[in-house]
Write a protein that binds this ligand. Structure first.
Ligand code: CA
Length: 229
């Protein structure tokens, strides 16, 4: 999907130049020449990154950034007119992620945009490796499970089973589904192994807590569900 960038710049020629370059790089670009208007756009539309000039009509870039941070953590690159250190410090203090000084080489701007978008995408990926159901938190990267803030020790199989149930939250899984996914299609051991492991898992993540997350669906299998949802 195309990443959307908002350029906020009141120098029309520079704004146009940046728009053309970013468009050429394959970004979806929108331009605003006014700080107040830009803030409105940021409230109404989804963007992936903002290039924010500091000296702007109606509302300066520092103020736009400050207000933006009240509702969004979108990456912001401040564009400063000159090499003014206090201005840069102020920009970063209000929550900008980076800044660039005019005049700049377009290649440098593009490199900074790529770096920030990469960081943002990595952060999103991390989030996908953390599963949350009610007060149960499963961190797939760290092999860590917490219930109500307390760490729960699980064996590898119990962990795999829990992740499988959590990733299929709200979906009833048959014993066969669970068996083939966790133990493999060629598993030839005890057929009640699923029930045994569900029991182990319950003893660790459900029994000590009031709210039960693993439900038995009689005659079918198991489902993980937060009944409050
Ligand atoms: Ca300006």
């Amino acid at each position: 999907m195309e990443e959307r960038i908002l350029i906020v710049e009141d120098e029309l020629q520079l704004a146009r130049l940046m728009e053309l370059e970013l468009d050429h790089e394959g970004y979806a670009v929108k331009v605003s020449h006014n700080g107040r208007e830009a803030l409105g756009l940021l409230q109404e539309e989804e963007f992936d990154l903002v290039l924010l000039d500091i000296m702007l009509p109606e509302m300066d870039g520092v103020e736009v950034c400050r207000r933006l941070r009240e509702f969004s953590d979108i990456p912001v690159i401040m564009v400063t007119a000159r090499d003014a250190v206090p201005e840069k410090v102020e920009a970063l203090d209000t929550g900008a992620d980076d800044y660039i000084t005019k005049p700049f080489a377009i290649e440098e701007l593009l490199a900074r945009i790529r770096a920030l978008l990469r960081r943002k995408n990595n952060a999103l990926k991390e989030d996908n490796n953390v599963l949350t159901i009610a007060d149960l938190v499963i961190d797939k990267d760290k092999y860590e499970v917490k219930r109500a803030g307390q760490e729960v020790e699980l064996t590898k199989k119990e962990f795999d089973l829990l992740v499988y149930l959590a990733e299929n939250k709200g979906i009833v899984l048959t014993r066969e589904d669970i068996l083939s996914n966790i133990w493999g299609y060629d598993y030839l051991g005890e057929t009640n192994i699923v029930d045994v492991y569900i029991r182990y898992l319950r003893s660790k993540i459900d029994d000590p807590f009031a709210k039960k997350l693993i439900k038995t669906v009689r005659g079918v299998g198991y489902v993980m569900r937060d009944d409050q949802e």
